[in-house]
Design a protein around this ligand. Structure first.
Ligand SMILES: Cc1ncc(COP(=O)(O)O)c(C=O)c1O
Length: 394
């Protein structure tokens, strides 16, 4: 058995491994199965729990402001491009759809086209980068609170996960992150951060890139960057071979159910992540999503307009909440904010909102008195404010 086969066999969740071996598969076959099915088998345990935690089951018909989705679907030109590809669904790839997407990303972000790869969302590469760069001897470092998927992946892989609290103004404390584990294999920065919506300045991200161990990777998860419209880390991933920027079309672009994400990184990083299953994940994307993403990405004015709608709804809602004597965490640059309840737990408030047909988000262990609320449409947020008033008066 080669080292890689052994390594792959060990990535399979124990219950799945038992089942496979019980059916007569050898350890060598386990490695091959993991290679064949990639993230699907290797990370079955963690991926499903991560998702279940991340987004509670949607209440159909409710005002859905719990899962950081966009309140509306893709931009009209994206819808048209996707629809056209539906009519050409008989072809695996009607035209050079992948190349057109990569070219659009390279153009919009100013990065070399060979550094761009697409995925069915960003959850797969997030798991995959952990498998590739972290191990029981090289940990993962994140902020706390942050998007927790990588914590679960790390825990499931037996990797030490170290969490450094955000600064007093809710940035990633990059110096504390490095000090917390100076020999980690992966440093994860989420900017804007989920659940606080707060940004970490690009200078801090550059500092971490320059001071982390040379062979560690810095992952900058920019799932919400289009909602902030500020400086991003794409150029850093274009010029350094140890930084990866991760994007998703699930947020501002309104494509969560269509599944499209991007990574910007060196070829060496991408190759290393792909050695498990030879690019099959990225080569088999739904063409409807690829075409929709390609058409949407360059629409700077429409992106800015959508961002503007979100900001207006967010600021009006926050003002309303504050006028009722409640505290909202400052500095969100994304379609979410954290609100601190008085006298009731986040679970109780979530249940109370549901009785008014409004589904809000959950709390994070670092901030047990707060709930994350997603910014929906102006109308959604009006319903949220009305429900809040009724709950406070009850
Ligand atoms: C910070 C962050 N990264 C990544 C993801 C994964 O999103 P997707 O797999 O839909 O691209 C999410 C989803 O909520 C997120 O909040």
């Amino acid at each position: 058995m080669t080292d890689l086969e052994t390594e792959l066999a060990e990535t399979i969740a124990p219950e799945i491994r038992d089942d496979l071996m019980g059916r007569g598969y050898s350890r060598r076959h386990l490695g091959r199965i993991a290679a064949l099915l990639g993230g699907g088998v290797a990370l079955a345990g963690t991926a499903s729990t991560a998702f279940a935690q991340q987004s509670a089951k949607a209440v159909v018909g409710a005002v859905r402001i719990g899962s950081n989705e966009c309140w509306t679907g893709p931009l009209p030109a994206g819808v048209a491009a996707g629809q056209k590809l539906v009519t050409e669904g008989n072809r695996y790839e009607p035209d050079d759809e992948h190349e057109k997407l990569f070219a659009a990303v390279a153009q919009v972000e100013g990065v070399p086209v060979e550094r761009v790869t697409a995925w069915p969302g960003s959850s797969d590469p997030l798991n995959r980068v952990a498998v590739t760069f972290a191990s029981p001897t090289r940990g993962i470092v994140t902020a706390d609170p942050t998007y927790e998927q990588i914590w679960r992946t790390g825990a499931w892989l037996g990797v030490k996960v170290t969490k450094a609290p955000l600064t007093a103004d809710y940035r990633h404390d990059v110096k504390a992150m490095l000090a917390a584990d100076p020999n980690a294999g992966l440093y994860y920065v989420c900017s804007p951060n989920n659940p606080t919506g707060t940004l970490t300045p690009i200078e801090d991200i550059v500092w971490l890139a320059e001071n982390k161990p040379k062979d560690a990777i810095l992952v900058v998860d920019e799932a919400y960057i289009h909602f902030s419209g500020t400086q991003n880390a794409a150029k850093l991933a274009a010029t350094r071979d140890d930084v990866m920027v991760m994007r998703t079309f699930s947020k501002l672009f309104g494509m969560a159910g269509m599944r499209l994400g991007l990574t910007i990184a060196s070829k060496q990083i991408h190759d290393k992540m792909m050695r498990y299953d030879g690019m099959q994940v990225t080569n088999m994307l739904p063409m409807t999503a690829v075409a929709c993403g390609t058409a949407s990405l360059p629409l700077a004015d429409q992106i800015a307009a959508r961002r503007g709608q979100m900001i207006a709804a967010r600021e009006k809602t926050i003002a309303h909440i504050k006028s009722r004597g409640l505290n909202v965490l400052p500095g969100s640059h994304a379609n979410m904010f954290m609100v601190e309840w008085k006298g009731k737990t986040p679970k109780e408030m979530q249940a109370a909102f549901l009785t008014h047909n409004v589904q809000i988000g959950r709390s994070w262990t670092a901030y047990p008195q707060m709930s994350r609320v997603t910014v929906g449409s102006a109308e959604d947020m009006q319903k949220f404010c009305l429900a809040l008033d009724k709950i406070l008066m009850a």
